[in-house]
Design a protein around this ligand. Structure first.
Ligand code: CA
Length: 483
């Protein structure tokens, strides 16, 4: 009994430290897709992909239309999301990476505040001491997830549900829903039979993800925790089609479809245009739990010795008090260490509400990796490009880009027209370049030197913290891990 009383006293102490009583602190359910381009959802305007559960969640949520990831591959994306730190500062910038020892994560912070914390399915983060979650294996069986959220009604929880869908190879989901011949091919993809077949397979996996979301929402209903739970859905980062966004800093890659449902706190059916990033999610969760994110030691100093988050809370955006958070969002891409890469091709970018400035640090090199530059559909595009100068140029852009790119997203949402040399936009380019330089300095980013150190930031055993895809055979699992 004494131990029980001591435990209760500690919980009360933790809750009062947090500024909110235990009963007032929300649970968090963070649902993460895998390689899903933000456009490829019913509620985002895609009329052909079936996402009934996500469409319903959108009606019950605030849609955050200005969310961006600071990295377009799985592992650095997740580290930024969980730590509130940008990739260079935390050391987690290539794929299959890890943060510097001592870095803390949302799991560390919420656990210290009395939460129980779990991550289901795809991990892809390290080292383990920085991410002290219970790991629930697999994404298709929600029995252990139900046990976790139902374990102790008096203790708030964080569950990160990290799906493997729709990460390639696209083997899962109801393929009979999609007839390749009848699909509308988005303007940034080349329309041919191979693209259509793959698009149908990809859409089927998006529907598989949607079924998982439906199951999770039903769990909250069944356990009567809907009202006490902040649900956040994110599309993770772009798809693995050429120009689907992954491995690039175009909006298909870094812009994120984001929903937040929090009954009684967030207005259903609302939206915000505020610019924000994955690094802002952890500070927001802490603020929602009554913890001041500005007083948190993140365990990893920046070049100026600052130990606070790179991110900031957008709780007031969720509450409808403001529609503004940041003036700029930033992103980096590291090629070294990606499966099948040939030459370093580091990329940096900054974006405001209208314009994006991209720097390719080694434009003299050829950008070539396994994912978008080999196999299908790119080989079918290359075959079709013979005698087609427009398609030839489009394919070549995947491999060779100039040192600078500048896009006006308002008139050119697919980033087809590089205006870096347009004198009318010279002042805008200069302003964005200055902001990018500031971010690079704050992050201790040394460009090519940092790119070449990428192998020192990768997990020696890459498979260690990643999850094999459910339902795939051995060959497919091997292919998936390689991506
Ligand atoms: Ca991914």
């Amino acid at each position: 009994m004494r131990i029980k009383h001591l435990f209760i006293a500690l919980v009360i102490l933790a809750a009062s430290n947090a500024g909110l009583r235990a009963a007032e602190r929300p649970n968090f359910l963070l649902i993460i897709a895998d390689d899903l381009c933000w456009r490829d959802l019913g509620y985002e305007g895609n009329k052909e992909v079936h996402t009934p559960n996500l469409d319903r969640l959108r009606k019950e949520s605030m849609q955050l239309r200005g969310m961006f990831t600071p990295a377009p591959t799985c592992s650095p994306t997740r580290h930024a999301l969980y730590t509130g730190l940008y990739s260079m500062r935390s050391g987690a910038y290539p794929n299959h990476t890890r943060v510097y020892d001592g870095t803390k994560s949302v799991f560390t912070h919420l656990k210290a505040a009395g939460y129980r914390v779990a991550l289901q399915n795809k991990e892809h983060v390290g080292p383990a001491p920085s991410f002290p979650y219970e790991h629930i294996k697999g994404a298709d069986d929600l029995t252990p997830s139900k046990e976790f959220i139902n374990r102790d009604k008096a203790q708030p929880w964080l569950l990160v549900f990290a799906s493997n869908d729709p990460h390639g190879p696209w083997t899962r989901g109801p393929k009979d829903l999609y007839d390749p011949k009848k699909l509308t091919v988005p303007p940034y993809l080349h329309d041919n039979e191979t693209t259509r077949k793959l698009l149908a397979d990809y859409y089927a996996e998006i529907t598989k993800l949607d079924e998982q979301v439906g199951g999770l929402l039903k769990l909250l209903e069944e356990t009567k925790q809907e009202k006490d739970t902040l649900v956040m859905f994110i599309s993770e980062q772009g798809s693995s089609f050429p120009y689907g966004g992954k491995w690039s800093l175009y909006d298909n890659g870094i812009r994120i479809s984001t929903l937040v449902r929090w009954p009684g706190k967030v207005k259903p059916g609302s939206h915000s245009e505020a610019l924000m990033q994955y690094v802002d999610v952890t500070p927001t969760f802490l603020a929602a739990a009554g913890i001041d994110p500005q007083k948190v030691d993140v365990g990893c100093p920046d070049v100026n010795g600052k130990k606070g988050f790179d991110g900031q809370s957008f709780l007031e955006v969720l509450q409808g008090k403001t529609d503004k958070l940041r003036d700029y969002v930033f992103a980096q891409h590291t090629t070294v260490g990606i499966n099948g890469y040939k030459e370093p091709y580091p990329i940096r970018a900054v974006r405001d509400t209208r314009y994006k400035y991209i720097r390719n640090l080694a434009p003299e090199n050829t950008y070539s990796i396994g994912g978008i530059h080999k196999g299908q559909p790119i080989e079918s595009w290359q075959a079709d490009a013979t005698g087609n100068p427009q398609l030839t140029a489009r394919v070549d852009w995947l491999f060779h880009r100039p040192a600078e790119e500048l896009y006006d997203l308002q008139t050119d949402e697919y980033e087809f027209k590089n205006r870096a040399d347009d004198p009318k936009l010279a002042a805008i380019k200069q302003r964005l370049a200055k902001e990018l330089d500031g971010w690079i300095q704050q992050q201790g980013d040394r460009g090519m030197a940092t790119e070449l150190l990428a192998p020192t930031r990768q997990n020696p055993n890459r498979a260690e913290k990643s999850e094999p895809k459910a339902g795939g055979d051995a060959k497919k699992k091997k292919k998936k891990k390689a991506l």
